[in-house]
Write a protein that binds this ligand. Structure first.
Ligand code: CP
Ligand code: NVA
Length: 308
């Protein structure tokens, strides 16, 4: 048997494009024919640690673990010693003796790094202030189901240059679609992430103009104006008011363009009810796809990567 290295699912820029592609393709196959899926979590336990609320991530991972033959434990950071002074490193070492894979949703990206450094089981990023890679894998699956191969698509991100936007930027480099990010300068994505993507060959533009970003797009994406942990809500609303996705903005996209949103949504803020509840919205399929993709992320993590 060759040695294997642990497959942590931390960020899309750190996973080989071929591996990301294989996760998407396996998700499509398994979604079409769930009965044919292996049970890679048989007798295995997923632990999930949340320091922020969650509906989709929590439920889709828990259902995924059970449907793949395993089980899941949901942990709230505040009721763990982790929320009362125990280090992430010590938590990682202890949990690794009990469970087979750890998913963490946390305020700071550094916490996920520390968890992965000290865990001896795979660690999955279930959202940090910096990224949300599992969400964007479900979004790529949705984009391809609705519109065809990712590399032929133009995606417009409208609003805050937040954690989800930054995972979209990583994805643009690895999946080959054109990404236009329209965001106020004050809320632009980290320049280091944009530079990384451009150097990796991504077709990406960052603009303050939502209209030009959406012109002729295949897919328009929005997210909340105030992410979990963001302060200064009034200022953010003022900055982001010109970035609402409404009927007039959607009309600039292709007539058959789709609208995506990771949810939860604030109707009347980042998107009007007419758009998110209208015929171009695919948000419920997008939410369902969290389950299908998460199964394959878990399977990839547990497989490990063989080293020669
Ligand atoms: N989209 C998403 O991650 O939703 P939850 O916060 O409900 O997990
Ligand atoms: N950007 C949002 C995503 C929620 C799933 C947040 O971080 O709150």
């Amino acid at each position: 048997m060759p040695d294997t290295i642990i497959n942590h699912f931390l960020d899309l820029d750190r996973i080989a494009p071929a591996d990301l592609r294989s996760i998407i393709e396996a998700s499509k196959t398994a979604k079409e024919n769930p009965a044919a899926v292996d049970l890679p979590l048989t007798d295995k336990i997923l632990a999930m640690i949340f320091s922020k609320p969650s509906t989709r991530t929590r439920v889709s991972f828990e259902v995924a673990a059970r449907q793949l033959g395993g089980d899941a434990i949901v942990l709230d950071q505040q009721t763990m010693q982790l929320g009362h002074g125990e280090t992430v490193a010590d938590t990682a070492r202890v949990l690794s003796r009990f469970v087979d894979v750890i998913m963490m949703r946390t305020d700071k990206a550094e916490n996920i790094e520390e968890m992965a450094e000290y865990a001896s089981v795979p660690v999955i990023n279930g959202l940090t202030d910096r990224s949300h890679p599992c969400q964007v894998m479900a979004d790529i699956l949705t984009l391809e189901e609705k519109r065809g191969a990712a590399e032929n698509q133009v995606v417009a991100w409208i609003g805050d240059g937040n954690n989800v936007a930054q995972s979209w930027i990583h994805a643009a480099a690895h999946f080959g679609f054109e990404l236009r990010v329209a965001t106020p300068a004050e809320l632009a994505p980290e320049p280091g992430i944009v530079n990384w993507a451009q150097k990796a060959g991504a077709r990406i533009t960052v603009t303050e103009n939502a209209d030009t970003a959406v012109d002729g797009a295949d897919c328009v994406v929005a997210d909340t104006w105030v992410s979990m942990g963001d302060g200064d809500s009034t200022n953010r609303h003022n900055l982001l008011a010109p970035y609402q996705v409404n009927d007039a903005l959607m009309a600039r996209a292709k007539p058959d363009a789709i609208f995506m949103h990771c949810l939860p949504v604030h109707r009347g803020e980042e998107v009007t009810a007419s758009v998110i509840d209208g015929p171009q919205s695919v948000v419920w399929d997008e939410a369902e796809n969290r389950l299908h993709v998460q199964k394959e992320i878990l399977a990839w993590c547990l497989r490990g990567t063989a080293v020669k």
